[in-house]
Design a protein around this ligand. Structure first.
Ligand code: ADP
Ligand code: MG
Length: 253
């Protein structure tokens, strides 16, 4: 589902991603660990085409992303239309640390927005689908509430429903619980676990090691723009090899 080869990202003189290789198979849950500043958000933003990059390749569902051109297979490149790029983007859903719901819209309107305005789904159909998704994240009874009337955990659950509304093939979560009060973390992790069990392919940046052990197929530890260790949680979390990972695990426990 995701293939990343030799990815390099620079911000001016700063070399942020220094040759990332990563493969995520369909239905896999990949947990991305690493200290602050190691490049985790930048990696997710490259996958979701919110950043350009200097070298390497990212494929999502086989298609090369982050370029306005695609190889035709005979050495030539075909230029993508705006519509094709928008369609690529819609295949990936993203949930950020700060619940970035539209404040002037109800929970249900937030979830309906992209299907109606980006995908051209008829209003009645988008409404019904939004209710299904709100049901799934346990927020159906708050459909008419505005973000300011919801707790952080509830807002984040609506944000997950909203990201799901475009039927993405891949979901990216960037520290989805780190801005929440501790008692609200569990309800959001439970929603993400449910999605994982339903077979959704996802990359989750989180420091929640219990969650990683329970649901991750692959744990990737990044530090200073490189992948230091990757493998099943029973290796990476339970039997870390590098001093950097050992220090990191001690610091988040
Ligand atoms: P993480 O998510 O692992 O904490 P980030 O990907 O947010 O790390 O950041 C990695 C590094 O890239 C940091 O040193 C950060 O300051 C830098 N960085 C991120 N975004 C930008 C930007 N837009 N311009 C310049 N530097 C940036
Ligand atoms: Mg980050």
């Amino acid at each position: 589902m995701v293939q990343i080869k030799g990815l390099h990202k620079e911000f001016g003189a700063l070399h942020i991603l220094k040759g990332i290789d990563l493969e995520i198979t369909s239905g896999e849950v990949c947990v991305l660990l690493g200290p602050s500043g190691s490049g985790k958000s930048t990696l997710l933003r490259c996958i979701n085409q919110l950043e350009t990059f200097e070298a390497g390749e990212i494929r999502v569902g086989g298609d090369r992303v982050g370029f306005a051109e695609q190889p035709l297979g005979d050495g030539r490149l075909a230029r993508l239309t705006e519509k094709q790029i928008a369609a690529q983007r819609a295949r990936v859903g993203m949930v950020f640390q700060r619940f970035n719901l539209f404040p002037h819209m109800t929970a249900q309107s937030n979830v309906m927005e992209a299907p109606i305005h980006v995908a051209g789904v008829p209003v009645a159909q988008a409404k019904a689908r939004a209710m299904e998704l709100l049901e799934r994240v346990g927020m159906a009874d708050r459909a008419t509430h505005y973000p300011s009337e919801l707790s952080g955990g509830q807002q984040q659950r609506v944000a997950i429903a909203r990201a799901m509304a475009m039927d993405p093939e891949l979901m990216l979560f960037d520290e989805p619980t780190s801005a929440l009060d501790p008692e609200l973390v569990g309800e959001v992790l439970n929603v993400i676990k449910d999605l994982a069990r339903s077979g959704m392919t996802m990359v989750v940046v989180t420091h929640e090691l219990g969650f990683a052990k329970e649901v991750a197929d692959q744990v990737v530890f990044m530090d200073d723009g490189i992948v230091v260790e990757a493998g099943p949680p029973s290796d990476v979390i339970d039997h870390p090899q590098s001093p950097r990972l050992k220090d990191f695990l001690d610091s988040v426990l």
